[in-house]
Design a protein around this ligand. Structure first.
Ligand code: ARG
Length: 445
């Protein structure tokens, strides 16, 4: 029974939140005249002592005492005697654990938000620095059109920006205090739930005691936001793996974030990127796992809900680690400009520029221009040439109205320069966007 029942092995990390919640509860009990001032004082001093013991490794956690709540209370009784028994008036472990875990998740979200800002800033700075660096842009991982490396970095800044709003949104919704809901039905004591909510920096007390002790939406939402964000991290990690391969050779990763092989001396394996790519599995796993735990539970509290913590801790820890590792990798990463530029011109990447020129200069409908361009590409392919290496005669053999002016749009540099539409890849646009992000991100750090 002890082995299956006890949660102290993992919920001991809630000690700070547990003690904070207990102090707020004790102060409220005194204020409401439910607890004497003298007992209140003893309890609060005792709780601070317990916290000190835990933080200096002098506390012995006991599995027989099941969880963090009972471990703290039991030690409090050893320290201050019978007054300790009055702390649990008008509350239950059900509202206590919901409060502790909400406080923990709230702190965790705040930490994520600051990590996300740091990662976004690292990316935005890379984007500004490399606003001009051209690289191939892909769809279907087939060369599509040239883009700039800065533009690619800013794509992730945008994704992470949405992640930030998801976490902020989850934080706002979780910020109602369950404390005082007691076991499930509320309490007959004249407690002041607004006071405890305020003391713990919640916006207000929760409005239904059954819901308060049965709700784990706050952790599901946080895991869901972390899952989506981890998908973003994983996609970037995958690009780092591809880009750092010998075949692509688009970037050089630092020694700090790669490993060698014990047998092949030439290898620099992108282990950190691969592990970031993998983390998403356990994060989504935790979201799925907890969803399965919750989906059939009748109201209100069931012990099943104790299973929320291990999964959540693991997922949130690993999400945080992935953020930190990716930030380090990006700060250390160097784009190989020559190789990127060379590849940017491959795969007939400026074909769309020919089509656009045909529309703009000789007024062909876009569909016809697309068709003409297809023939030009086929010609280049047959002669094993790049588009700008074709002769004007070759071009005119497909469409006689073409002039030598068309060669201006065939260079990769001119191609990206021309894409000045809002949010486009032109270096001028990229620099503007990067500056805007840097300004707002620096304000937040
Ligand atoms: N350790 C429990 C948990 O994490 C605390 C709540 C226990 N409540 C109860 N009625 N047994 O969920």
């Amino acid at each position: 029974m002890e082995e299956i029942n006890a949660s102290i092995g993992y919920d001991k990390r809630l000690y700070k939140q547990d003690i904070k919640g207990s102090i707020a509860h004790a102060e409220m009990l005194v204020d409401a005249g439910i607890l004497s001032k003298a007992d209140g004082k003893k309890i609060i001093t005792g709780l601070k002592q317990v916290q000190k013991e835990i933080e200096t490794d002098q506390f012995t956690f006991s599995r027989q005492l099941e969880d963090i709540h009972m471990n703290v209370e039991s030690r409090l009784r050893e320290l201050i005697g019978d007054a300790a028994g009055r702390l649990h008036t008008a509350r239950s472990r059900n509202d206590q654990v919901a409060t502790d875990f909400k406080l923990y998740v709230r702190d965790t979200i705040d930490h994520f938000l600051s990590q996300l800002t740091t990662l976004q800033l690292a990316l935005a700075k890379k984007a500004e620095e490399h606003a001009e660096v051209v690289m191939p842009g892909y769809t279907h991982l087939q060369t599509a059109q040239p883009v700039t490396f800065g533009h690619h970095c800013l794509a992730y800044v945008e994704m992470l920006g949405r992640d930030v709003t998801r976490f902020k949104d989850a934080r706002k919704r979780l910020n109602e205090c369950p404390l005082g809901s007691a076991a499930l039905a509320g309490t007959s004591f004249p407690i002041d739930r607004k006071m405890t909510a305020k003391a713990l920096d919640f916006d207000k007390p929760t409005a239904n005691s059954l819901d308060s002790v049965a709700d784990r939406d706050f952790i599901l939402e946080t895991l869901s936001a972390a899952s989506i964000s981890a998908i973003h991290l994983s996609r970037f990690a995958e690009e780092l793996v591809i880009w750092s391969s010998a075949e692509f050779n688009f970037i050089k990763l630092s020694d700090s974030f790669t490993t060698g092989s014990s047998i092949m001396p030439q290898k620099r394996n992108p282990d950190a990127a691969e592990l970031i790519r993998a983390k998403v599995g356990r994060i989504i796993g935790a979201f799925n796992g907890l969803s399965m735990v919750m989906k059939g539970l009748p109201l209100a509290y069931s012990k099943d809900m104790q299973e929320d913590k291990e999964m959540a801790f693991d997922a949130l820890d690993n999400y945080s680690l992935a953020l930190a590792a990716l930030t380090g990798m990006i700060e250390d990463m160097h784009p190989n400009k020559e190789k990127m530029a060379k590849s940017a011109g491959g795969g007939f990447s400026t074909a769309t520029d020919i089509a656009d020129w045909l529309v703009r200069v000789i007024n062909l409908p876009f569909r016809d221009a697309h068709h003409v361009t297809g023939s030009i590409v086929a010609l280049a392919e047959k002669q094993n040439l790049r588009l700008h290496e074709l002769s004007l005669d070759d071009m005119q053999s497909v469409e006689p109205k073409i002039t030598k002016d068309i060669f201006n749009v065939l260079s990769v540099e001119n191609s990206v320069k021309s894409r000045k539409s809002y949010g486009g890849t032109a270096p001028t646009e990229v620099r503007k966007m990067a500056k805007k992000w840097i300004k707002s991100l620096e304000k937040q750090t």
